[in-house]
Write a protein that binds this ligand. Structure first.
Ligand code: SF4
Length: 350
């Protein structure tokens, strides 16, 4: 197998035992990153590295298993349902936090959307559903419509969200004229259609991707972007500021900048919280008020934690952006910083 560090002979058993994600990159993406001028950074997103064999961590860092209420549906935060609709993606990111299932024959994908809809129907506090996986846009438009057949009649759902990296990996997917009708159905049902793109770096934002976004926005689709802070890829204020500025310019609201998770086979992508805070400060210094709409977030087992600052007192200040317990939301708390800490559990609980 070809790794960034050179070719190595590896057995299937070794790959499986180390949860090495299957290798797959679309031609469009390969050409885009080669021509971007940033290949030396962007190759780490999709090209396998021998570091994956030595990266320690967990395969379920945010408690997805514990929050599964119906097979394929997670209900961690009151207002949001997270629906796993596929285990496939157009290309595979080496840092994926769902590497336990992407590119695999997973048994975590929702098999029965009628049961999912029944559950949601009984939970009026749930106002939005996020279709995720894997990447929902690897599914045919007919299959996506079939899923919507179950979700659109639910009155208390206000929005349908699609989490996707397809705009970066295979923008031609959005040439499908049947998608216009799909988004129109969502709108006719009185709900917002939202695409959450996943651009980590301005070098991933092809001209074609930007065109597709502009035309979908003209059809009323709203766009947000989430990025992951990744060592060697985008741990650079200037690059992330340029990425968020470009998003803003084409009508995509920067939303989350995720601290990379301590995922088995991918924890080498983590940067320390100290470095992450320096980078986010640098991004904010470079952006206008209307561009800095992102939050620096750690998606932890206990909730979504906004990472605010490392004070002169040596403490990391954080706030629960989302938590199962509504009482915790918005509460600022702090932990003593430990040098090179990358995750809440690395900090001293004092
Ligand atoms: S596109 Fe998303 S789900 Fe697929 S491999 Fe990349 S990070 Fe994981």
């Amino acid at each position: 197998m070809k790794f960034i560090e050179g070719a190595r002979l590896v057995t299937d058993d070794e790959l499986q035992a180390n949860n090495i994600t299957r290798y797959r990159v679309t031609r469009d993406y390969r050409e885009q990153i080669a021509a971007s001028g940033y290949y030396d950074q962007l190759k780490y997103i999709v090209e396998p590295s021998l570091q994956e064999f030595e990266s320690h961590g967990s395969l379920d860092t945010s408690g997805e298993h514990d929050n599964t209420v119906v097979l394929g549906l997670q209900h961690k935060y009151a207002q949001t349902g997270l629906l796993l609709v596929t285990d496939r993606c157009a290309s595979y990111c080496r840092y994926c936090f769902r590497k336990r299932m992407v590119g695999e024959e997973s048994n975590e994908i929702a098999p029965d959307f009628a049961r999912v809809a029944q559950y949601i129907g009984r939970h009026p506090e749930m106002t939005n559903v996020l279709l995720s996986g894997g990447d929902p846009f690897v599914l045919s438009t007919a299959k996506l419509n079939e899923i919507l057949d179950h979700l659109l009649p639910i009155k208390h759902l206000e929005s349908i969200r699609f989490g996707t990296k397809m705009v970066a990996f295979a923008p031609k997917r959005f040439d499908d004229s049947a998608l216009s009708r799909l988004f129109q159905r969502i709108h006719e049902a009185g709900k917002a259609a939202i695409i959450v793109t996943h651009f980590d770096h301005i070098g991933e934002m092809s001209v074609e991707a930007q065109c597709k976004i502009r035309s979908l926005r003209a059809e009323g689709v709203q766009f947000l972007n989430q990025s992951v802070l990744l060592a060697k890829v985008n741990d650079d204020s200037e690059i992330l500021a340029a990425t968020f500025a470009k998003c803003h310019q084409i009508g995509v609201r920067p939303y989350y900048l995720f601290q990379a998770r301590p995922v088995k086979g991918a924890s080498h992508f983590q940067v320390s919280l100290r470095r992450g805070l320096e980078i986010t400060r640098g991004i904010n210094q470079r952006l206008s008020g209307i561009q800095k709409t992102f939050k620096y977030i750690m998606s932890h087992y206990t909730g979504k934690i906004e990472i605010l600052d490392l004070g002169d007192d040596g403490r990391v200040y954080m706030r629960y952006h989302q938590n199962k317990n509504p009482e915790m939301i918005g509460k600022i708390f702090s932990r003593s910083y430990v040098e090179a800490a990358c995750w809440l559990d690395d900090l001293h609980n004092e």
